[in-house]
Design a protein around this ligand. Structure first.
Ligand code: ADP
Ligand code: MG
Length: 712
């Protein structure tokens, strides 16, 4: 279907159906992945490369590192273990053997593998039963009479698109690239800028990345640090950054009620049993300055676990209430929301305020009553979970939306809560609530600049006085019996302990539900074992598959001191506050990331007793796991841990990839490319000031499909 492109439309806007072999069916599959225009294929960048330019001796293979090998078939085994199985052992001059393993195969394939046949294959070796093996390698059986030369360039590997084979995809991208216009039409960055960056123009960069020439620097390409890649990364980061900044500009164009009456906040502060820390006071002052203006506050408060964010949120809420309006506090889990509720009721009810509670489990008459109190304004402060954002929840006059533990919510959800305050879809001149976002996952500065370009950032970087640092040790799994004794004596002294069970094996069927089930089973059996071993200790159990009421009852009992040892899954990770708990044991700590370990450890050390945290691991430890455990032993500073986490794992894990706008990077890797961020920041500023049209074009080109920011 040759759709004639309008003469003036940019070449990149042509529909994909203008490519030979791209009928409506194929186009539909591409569109499902957001690929609709020619330029979408230009920017469908290879995630990695396969290096078929050389052979690796089998002996030199390393687990997890993809390589091409060649060898002769030494043995073939065809069997059936739960499912059909084909194992082919090949050996080479390095006198080592590699197993190729297939789970689905045709008999013609089996016949190809005669003992002595020469096989060349490519794949990622993993440790198997007998040395290294590659599961489903791509392979070719070579003819001995022909000298099959090696490739002379890297093969790009594209992200898989369902329903389109890799070869077809490569062909379509090739056809699209054949229609790349010259730089005059393509390039968006001003030439002066490019010259100063010493990076190639867009056309050259795209061609190099898609079709690396034979003389390209292979090592740089494989690492993603080739100048052509850096050029594209720069533009991609710029596009994301610009889209967040534009979102911020759009948000700030709305109006918000200026809140200046601090009398109620002062009354609350006077009633508190403690003094604010310097950091709490400073952050509160920053927020007061925001609220005094008639445009919406957009502020992120970072504060390590236990730094006291909740009381700051409560003080801030008092400004909305003093002005005759409402404040809402949303938390990601019921457990956490309930704790906020208890805190806020404890602080605010003595001041004569009404705090309403809205969660999924509030139903029927109770729910109707809460909705009524929220709609009439009778409830000045509303605490809850996602349920706050549901249809049917209408506020009388929401002036402040506080979202706790931001990394668990998406940008959408934050905006959805804001829209509640505006009474629905937000038009250009709407009045919207102020937004305060709180997170206990400190984010390195570079990352915050990029991930939260739409927010101002404050940090509560000081803990309340009187906390003793948590002693952290890492112990091999074999030391378990000692630990049980340690719990026995700690509980005998009236201390309380957590035992956290984590996932040991990935469950077969995917999905968080399945993971939660396996985790719950692990916790259940640990609970039973510990109950038997420690008959004099009162042991409790919480996991994600329990009824919320049971979970809540157990937590309450632990908090009240009626349970000594709480066996739990990672559901207790966020925000749980039991100051008397001073011993934390984390099983399979080697499987968890730093951010999660830090969160878990933050459950202890909240009171004045000296606390300890035991990281129980199973050998052998990977290099990465070893470094993580070491970091945990060395520091308890959340910001240091965050920097280390970024270095070890990359930002995706750190931020909870799916929830941030950072998920969709085609090429950029914030850990690897962080050094570009200051430049990105500057260039974005220049473009927004001087050439907003170019800024728009860059966003449209790279983030175009993500219209969710539009009009925010
Ligand atoms: P987080 O920042 O992790 O959410 P919380 O707000 O739960 O921390 O506070 C942790 C504990 O510290 C709570 O029991 C809270 O009442 C207490 N707290 C908060 N601020 C102070 C302070 N300035 N001095 C003493 N204790 C405080
Ligand atoms: Mg908290």
């Amino acid at each position: 279907m040759p759709a004639p492109a309008p003469a003036l439309a940019a070449a990149g806007d042509a529909a994909l159906t203008t490519l030979a072999g791209c009928g409506p069916k194929v186009a539909e599959k591409l569109a499902a992945r957001g690929l609709v225009r020619l330029q979408d294929l230009w920017l469908q960048l290879p995630r990695q490369y396969e290096d078929r330019t050389r052979l690796t001796p089998i002996r030199a293979l390393q687990p997890g590192v993809a390589a091409q090998v060649e060898g002769r078939v030494e043995a073939v085994e065809r069997g059936f273990r739960y499912r059909p199985l084909l194992r082919v052992a090949i050996g080479d001059d390095s006198r080592a053997t590699l197993v190729l393993r297939f789970f689905h195969f045709r008999s013609a394939q089996v016949n190809q593998f005669r003992v002595g046949a020469r096989v060349r294959c490519y794949g990622t070796p993993r440790p198997g039963q007998n040395g290294l093996e590659i599961v489903h390698p791509s392979y070719r059986v070579l003819d001995d009479a022909v000298d099959d030369g090696l490739g002379d360039r890297l093969d790009p590997v594209y992200p898989v698109i369902e329903g389109i084979g890799p070869a077809s995809l490569r062909r379509l991208i090739g056809l699209a690239l054949d229609r790349l216009p010259d730089d005059g039409t393509l390039e968006l960055l001003p030439p002066s800028l490019l010259a100063s960056l010493h990076l190639p123009p867009l056309r050259e960069a795209l061609l190099t990345v898609h079709r690396p020439p034979g003389d390209a620097d292979v090592a740089l390409l494989l690492e993603g640090r080739h100048p052509a890649q850096r050029r594209l990364v720069l533009e991609e980061l710029l596009a994301h950054h610009l889209s967040l900044r534009r979102q911020r500009i759009a948000q700030q164009a709305h109006a918000a009620p200026a809140l200046r009456d601090t009398t109620l906040a002062a009354r609350l502060r006077d009633a508190l049993p403690f003094e604010l820390t310097g950091a709490q006071q400073r952050v509160f002052d920053e927020i007061l300055a925001d609220l005094a203006r008639p445009s919406p506050m957009l502020r992120l408060v970072q504060g390590d676990v236990g730094s006291g964010k909740t009381v700051v949120a409560a003080l801030v809420a008092m400004l909305a209430v003093a002005d005759g309006r409402q404040a809402a506090l949303m938390a990601p889990t019921e457990l956490l929301a309930e704790q906020h509720l208890a805190n806020l009721r404890g602080w605010l009810e003595p001041l004569g305020l009404q705090v309403a509670w809205l969660a999924g489990k509030v139903t029927g008459r109770a729910r109707a009553k809460v909705l009524q109190a929220v709609a009439s304004g009778e409830a000045q402060v509303v605490v809850g979970t996602h349920a706050l954002m549901q249809d049917g929840v209408a506020f009388h006059d929401l002036a402040l939306a506080i979202v706790d533990e931001q990394h668990r919510f998406g940008v959408h959800q934050r905006l959805a809560l804001r829209d509640k305050g505006a009474g629905g879809e937000v038009g250009a001149s709407a009045v919207v609530p102020h937004q305060l976002v709180m997170t206990a996952t400190p984010i390195p500065r570079t990352l915050a600049m990029s991930a939260y370009a739409d927010l101002d950032v404050s940090a509560i970087d000081e803990l309340p006085p009187g906390r003793t640092p948590v002693q952290t040790v890492a112990l091999g799994d074999g030391r378990r019996p000692e630990l049980v004794e340690r719990i026995r004596s700690a509980c005998a002294e009236g201390r309380q302990a957590y035992w956290v069970c984590t996932l040991i094996d990935e469950p077969d069927d995917d999905g968080p539900g399945a993971a939660m089930k396996v985790e719950a089973q692990a916790a259940q059996s640990t609970y039973e074992a510990l109950s038997t071993q420690l008959p004099e200790v009162r042991v409790g159990l919480v996991h994600g598959r329990m009824k919320p009421a049971d979970k809540q009852a157990t937590m309450a009992a632990f908090k009240a001191g009626d349970i000594d040892l709480l066996v739990a899954t990672t559901v207790i990770e966020v925000g749980v506050d039991v100051p008397n708990a001073s011993l934390m044991i984390i099983e399979n700590a080697e499987r968890l990331g730093l951010a999660q370990l830090h969160q878990l450890r933050g459950r202890v050390g909240r009171g004045s007793a000296a606390s300890s945290c035991v990281l129980l691991y199973r050998s052998p430890l990977s290099q990465l796991a070893r470094q993580r455990l070491e970091t945990m032993r060395e520091t308890s500073d959340g910001f240091v841990i965050a920097e280390k986490d970024l270095e070890l794992r990359g930002p995706g894990e750190l931020l909870g990839t799916r929830q941030t706008g950072l998920a969709g990077f085609r090429l950029a890797d914030l850990a690897r490319d962080a050094d570009l961020l200051p430049q990105v920041h500057d260039i974005a500023g220049q473009l927004l000031d001087g050439s907003p049209g170019i800024a728009d074009a860059i966003v449209a080109r790279w983030v175009g499909g993500a219209v969710r920011y539009a009009g925010a």
